[in-house]
Design a protein around this ligand. Structure first.
Ligand code: 5GP
Length: 216
């Protein structure tokens, strides 16, 4: 049961929580998924959502798709690390999956909105690293959403409006990447992740290692 787990901010192991936000269409999902596939120690948190699957989305890969009563029952039993309403749908990060990833010694990447990133960073300030991805221009964002051809014009307009709200919170983040060129943005995201991983406080083996060096 989720309640039996320690919470991330109560554990001694310092797994890194990489919180990645952006307006829809800025490339966050592709960047995040590639970072996770290139780093064996980094795992993606799969959220629960009450929104309907889009064409091509699979249960358990993009999201776990649940109905509102199911989602509300999970809230009631304290099963989410954070949850938020986005565009009329509920989205939440299941606590148990994050805790087992941390228990296995992994870092966790969260592809979540500013509300979720804020909640997690407040609960686990020392372990959270927040990255915001910006599009190079508004026109580019709109073009990318249209190119996906996944949504109707009305839905695209809603997503663009929501994108403005998301961008308005960019100052809450530790790092901002402008995704003008995917490879460049991907390299920048990788640099952020690897640098943050090298902070002494995140490597509990270091004091003993250094003691060993000094004892030679
Ligand atoms: P979409 O419906 O386009 O997949 O996602 C809409 C927004 O919800 C995106 O900004 C996405 O990052 C965010 N989101 C996805 N999962 C979660 C979650 O578990 N918690 C929060 N707070 N936001 C989420």
């Amino acid at each position: 049961m989720t309640d039996d787990h320690a919470k991330p901010w109560e554990t001694t192991r310092r797994g890194l929580l990489l919180l990645v936000s952006s307006p829809a269409g800025a490339g966050k999902t592709s960047l995040s998924r590639r970072l996770v596939s290139d780093h064996a120690d980094l795992t993606l948190s799969i959220s629960w959502t009450t929104r309907a699957p889009r064409p091509g989305e699979e249960e358990g890969r993009e999201y776990f798709f649940v109905d509102r009563p199911g989602f509300e029952a999970m809230i009631a039993k304290g099963g989410f690390l954070e949850w938020a309403e986005v565009n009329g749908n509920l989205y939440g990060t299941p606590m148990a999956a994050v805790m087992s990833a941390l228990d296995e010694g992994k870092d966790v990447l969260f592809d979540i909105d500013w509300q979720g990133a804020k909640q997690i960073a407040e609960k686990a300030p020392d372990d959270s690293v927040r990255v915001f991805i910006l599009p190079p221009s508004w026109e580019d964002l709109s073009r990318r959403l249209h190119a996906r051809a996944q949504d109707s014009e009305e839905v695209i307009n809603q997503r663009l409006a929501l994108g403005k709200e998301e961008i308005a919170h960019w100052r809450l983040y530790d790092y901002v990447i402008v995704n003008k060129n995917f490879d460049r943005a991907y390299a920048d995201l990788g640099h952020i992740y690897r640098s943050e991983r090298m902070k002494p406080g995140r490597n509990s083996w270091l004091p003993e290692f250094v003691d060993g060096l000094l004892a030679e």
